[in-house]
Design a protein around this ligand. Structure first.
Ligand SMILES: [Zn+2]
Length: 372
């Protein structure tokens, strides 16, 4: 069942729109019942689909063999954290969790053609799952997106439309095309099924920590789909009695585009557009205004979390530090290195702490070359 937090409307399974047909706000999706039967989970395949009783059912799930991603201990400065290495998913980013669910849903509805806009990773991921589902996909990307991500989109057979100018220009071009053609918008920013997939990140962490919740989880935040997916997943685990409380969720933003950081620390209830966004190495989170700003602020406050904003120098250093520790991550993901160091100095945290390594560095090799 889809539910609109904005106007309270409910919409049944089968809805094609990416937003509330009544008020045009972002929709939530919730299953009536969610369960975590441990024996059945342990006997399932290693990966997100083993949590079948906490996921929507599809006649033919669209899958590329998403496996369990590793949870690896790593020293960041003086601090020991667990790195959740999402780079091992089929297209090299956590987005595959959301794409698998979203494409499964669209395929079930009989959708044959869809559009998407992306800074790169979501477009690459949706293109792979669209190929798997037999859905034609058109992806609008900023002209400045990393060549590795654009290459993936083309390789998987999607039609790539490069739009010059900052990230929001790609969205404007998509909306104009969608209004003209009425093609379904397979939006990783809007569609609640994307978060429905990303929530499995929380399930895996808890299982890998022997059914204990982490104390703190850090992740990069632009649109905030990791943070919202984690909040949904941990909330469902708490409601089912698997964990006693939510971990502290910590959003890490690039200081150059940090609207959530400003809104959180000024005590706002919604996130205003960043007044003067500047270019950042962290292209995947260079979004001046998230679609689900209110939900992000609620998730942070409910979990006792916070937002930190890191400089371009810190992001560059994070890429190099992760490399020396054996992890090849893109600059967007590397923000969590400085995020950990900042938390350590400023507010402390509850352990065990998990840092989400969201995307593979080879996707952004041109940017990384200039940092070595
Ligand atoms: Zn509504």
């Amino acid at each position: 069942m889809f539910h609109c937090p904005g106007c309270g409307a409910r919409h049944a399974w089968g809805l094609r729109a990416h937003q509330c047909p009544t008020c045009a706000g972002p929709l939530d999706f919730a299953l009536e019942e969610v369960a975590f039967p441990r024996e059945a989970i342990l006997s399932g395949p290693p990966g997100m689909w083993r949590y079948a009783e906490a996921l929507p059912r599809f006649e033919q799930p669209v899958s590329l063999g998403e496996t369990f991603t590793p949870l690896v201990p790593c020293s960041i400065g003086e601090t020991e954290v667990w790195c959740k290495v999402e780079t091992t998913l089929p297209t090299g980013s956590y987005k595959d969790r959301g794409s698998a669910l979203l494409m499964s849903y669209l395929k079930e509805l009989g959708v044959e053609e869809a559009v998407e806009d992306s800074s790169g990773n979501a477009g690459a991921s949706l293109a792979a799952y669209a190929a798997r589902a037999g859905v034609r996909l058109k992806v609008f990307c900023p002209g400045s997106a990393s060549s590795g991500k654009l290459l993936q989109i083309r390789l998987y057979g999607a039609e790539l439309v490069q739009v010059e100018g900052p990230r929001p220009r790609a969205t404007e071009a998509l909306l104009a095309y969608e209004a003209r053609t009425k093609t379904p918008y397979a939006s990783h920013l809007w569609h609640p099924f994307f978060l429905e997939g990303v929530k499995t990140l929380a399930f895996e962490m808890v299982e890998q920590l022997e059914w204990q919740a982490p104390g703190t989880v850090l992740c990069p935040v632009g649109a905030g789909s990791i943070l919202l997916g984690l909040h949904k997943g941990f909330s469902e685990l708490r409601r089912a009695g698997v964990i006693p409380r939510l971990p502290r969720l910590v959003a890490v933003q690039a200081r150059n585009v940090s609207p959530l950081h400003r809104a959180f620390h000024q005590g706002e209830e919604d996130v205003a557009r960043a007044p003067d966004p500047q270019p950042t190495l962290a292209e995947g989170i260079a979004l001046p205004m998230p679609v689900r700003g209110k939900a992000l602020l609620r998730a942070l406050r409910e979990s006792g979390g916070t937002v930190v904003a890191v400089s371009e120098e810190e992001i560059a250093a994070g890429v190099r530090h992760f490399g020396r520790a054996g992890f090849c991550v893109e600059p967007t993901s590397a923000v969590v290195w400085a995020g950990v160091a900042r938390l350590d100095r400023e507010t402390g945290w509850d352990g065990p702490a998990v840092a989400v390594l969201s995307g593979h560095g080879l996707k952004a090799s041109q940017a990384i070359i200039s940092l070595l």
